[in-house]
Design a protein around this ligand. Sequence first.
Ligand SMILES: NC(=O)c1ccc[n+]([C@@H]2O[C@H](COP(=O)([O-])OP(=O)(O)OC[C@H]3O[C@@H](n4cnc5c(N)ncnc54)[C@H](OP(=O)(O)O)[C@@H]3O)[C@@H](O)[C@H]2O)c1
Length: 249
Amino acid sequence: MRLTGAVVLVTGASSGIGAALVRRLAGAGSHVLAVGRHPDRLARLAAETDATTLLADLARPGAGRDLADRAVARYGRVDVLVNNAGTGWAGQFAGMTEATADELLTVNLRAPIELTRALLPGMCRHGGHLVFVGSIAGRLGVAEEAVYAASKAGLDTFAESLRLELAGRPVRVSTVVPGVVDTPFFSRRGQPYRRSRPRPVPADRVAAAVTTAITRNRAEVYVPGWLRLPVAVRGLLPAAYRRMATRFG
Ligand SMILES: NC(=O)c1ccc[n+]([C@@H]2O[C@H](COP(=O)([O-])OP(=O)(O)OC[C@H]3O[C@@H](n4cnc5c(N)ncnc54)[C@H](OP(=O)(O)O)[C@@H]3O)[C@@H](O)[C@H]2O)c1
């Protein structure tokens, strides 16, 4: 799909990866619908990029459907949906409240499903592309991020299943799998990233991977690319992988 002239809906546009992606898409000539919760941050992005901003709290059940209606009302169609908004929480699972677990599952998994359900019929008629921003946590599992990892694993499997189901239709499906990215994600979840490795990659590198996934129709893109190695090792040698993961984290 060409980005020039495409109508692209980006959730989580007010920060980090989403904001970098809006800048790239606007530079490529897309009509961008930038979604977030913070009007001031979105207004600054709109002034810089000409993107149309839409406010939505995706932690509210039904927000995805409502957002899809407002997006279609603006341009008459959405060609590309980038399900990027996400929220994290880190700590022992026993210390996690039910409300926080619900919020993670709603923002990271339920809202993308709602948005996809609402926009897919139009895409099946005129063509489209669905992008899901997952996480290496959803591919491997991470200690003290059990619900976050589960929400991203659910997103992954949803995307993979849709890709199979939509074969032969004019709708493409891509999953982008970042490792550690230099964004406010960690400060927002209340626990900074403290490890020296892997080193965080810039948000714009993930934004570039998203645009490549759209223009070259890639089913999945890891950022950085070497992350596919631990996933492969886990698939081929699960016992050895678990021993290493338990030892090195
Ligand atoms: N940073 C990493 O290391 C990393 C690694 C792997 C995957 N990811 C994934 O990448 C995606 C983008 O994250 P990021 O790193 O760019 O983090 P970020 O800078 O914290 O941005 C998160 C975005 O999600 C939006 N969001 C969160 N809760 C929301 C809600 N209830 N309703 C609507 N929007 C909401 C935020 O909107 P507001 O600003 O308006 O609240 C913000 O625009 C997420 O799905 C994350 O899980 C990140």
